[in-house]
Ligand binder design. Structure first.
Ligand SMILES: [Zn+2]
Ligand SMILES: [Zn+2]
Length: 351
């Protein structure tokens, strides 16, 4: 089978011919029809993230090995099953849950495999979907897809939409809460649709770009703030009767956005940090207890959240926007375009 692989940081991905795996036990082999191109693939390609004081956090220090086939948003059809895999038949349309754990740590034991101590996520720690086939360790990690959604759109559910859903859940929104969604890109727009559909909260979208804010309005935001043109703290205070936000979900998560988030939080508020932009934050420690707010890091979502999300998507509650399609040998081009901000919705690779 052909796979587009990261061999060396920042160098073009290589399309390699690898042996097609044979599923054993409870494993399932999926013929990949669509694999989403995600921002975290760029970090894998660059070999790391920005940490404190400009320090570079290497992916190899976190257990990533190269060469690696990236791709964790995988949709396709069942090709073959191991002898113990059940409940699926050949050619069935499925979506893959990629956030797989080792199964024994305290997080895995309560169904939070996405937060496993020793993660084995597909496309990050194991070969993923930038390939003609992907081997899934168990039939438990594949979900049947109906015909309501096309394959490209369903692929995006397992990371971009799931991350947005997990973050909205972590904000624990109540009806009439004021929530600020920072960043109205793909994830932000998805979070707006989900918050609108399942929480009844009042949504304020914040971004630097008027076009994205216009899209936020169309997707259900009650108010928008362009933080380049107006003071974000003042604007949030005005929109919330001087109370501040009950929750903030920050899909950018850069020093600049979080510094202002902290200033418009209401007492008891939750600040959910999702984006992987990185940087650092100066924090007044005494205000943590006196204002009793919570800082919450949110990473993807659980298998049961993906099950919920699939039913929301099948009912048309969220509409993933796939804007660019690439072939396997265009993987480098796909990552470059994403890095340069030239992909408006989601880009997918169709092997
Ligand atoms: Zn675990
Ligand atoms: Zn992702």
């Amino acid at each position: 089978m052909k796979s587009a692989r990261i061999v060396k940081a920042n160098e073009p991905l290589e399309v390699q011919e690898l042996e097609t795996p044979k599923p054993r036990g409870s494993q399932v082999l999926i013929k990949v029809e669509s694999s989403g191109v995600c921002h975290s693939d760029i970090h894998l390609w660059e070999g790391g993230y920005e940490g404190l004081e400009g320090q570079f956090l290497k992916t190899t220090d976190r257990g990533v090995n190269y060469p690696l086939t990236p791709g964790h948003e995988i949709a396709g059809i069942v090709d073959s099953l191991g002898e113990e895999a059940e409940g699926f038949t050949k050619n069935e349309k499925v979506l893959v849950y990629p956030w797989i754990g080792e199964g024994r740590c305290p997080a895995c034991r309560i169904g939070q495999e996405n937060l496993c101590d020793k993660p084995r996520s597909l496309g990050i720690y194991r070969d993923g979907g930038y390939a003609e086939y992907v081997l899934v360790p168990s039939y438990r990690y594949i979900l049947k897809m109906g015909d309501e959604l096309d394959t490209d759109a369903s692929a995006t559910l397992s990371c971009s939409a799931l991350t947005a859903y997990g973050a909205v859940k972590n904000a624990n929104l109540k009806p009439n809460d004021n929530v600020v969604i920072v960043g109205a890109g793909g994830l932000g727009l998805m979070a707006i649709q989900l918050a609108k559909a399942v929480t009844g909260s009042k949504i304020i979208a914040m971004d630097l770009n008027d076009e994205k804010l216009e899209a936020a309005k169309k997707n259900g935001a009650d108010n928008t703030i362009n933080s380049k043109k107006e003071d974000p703290v003042k604007a949030v205070m005005e929109l919330t009767d001087k109370m501040g936000a009950d929750a903030v979900v920050d899909f950018v998560n850069a020093s600049k956005t979080v510094e202002s988030d902290i200033q418009f939080l209401r007492r008891r508020a939750k600040l959910v940090l999702v984006g992987l932009f990185g940087g650092e934050l100066k924090l007044s420690l005494v205000s943590m207890p006196t204002r009793a707010y919570r800082l919450i890091g949110s990473y993807t979502g659980t298998l049961s959240e993906l099950v919920e999300l699939v039913s929301l998507a099948r009912r048309g509650v969220i509409k993933p926007l796939v804007s660019n399609r690439f072939k396997l040998n265009q993987a480098t081009e796909a990552l470059t375009m994403l890095k340069e901000g030239k992909i408006l919705g989601r880009g997918v690779i169709n092997p």
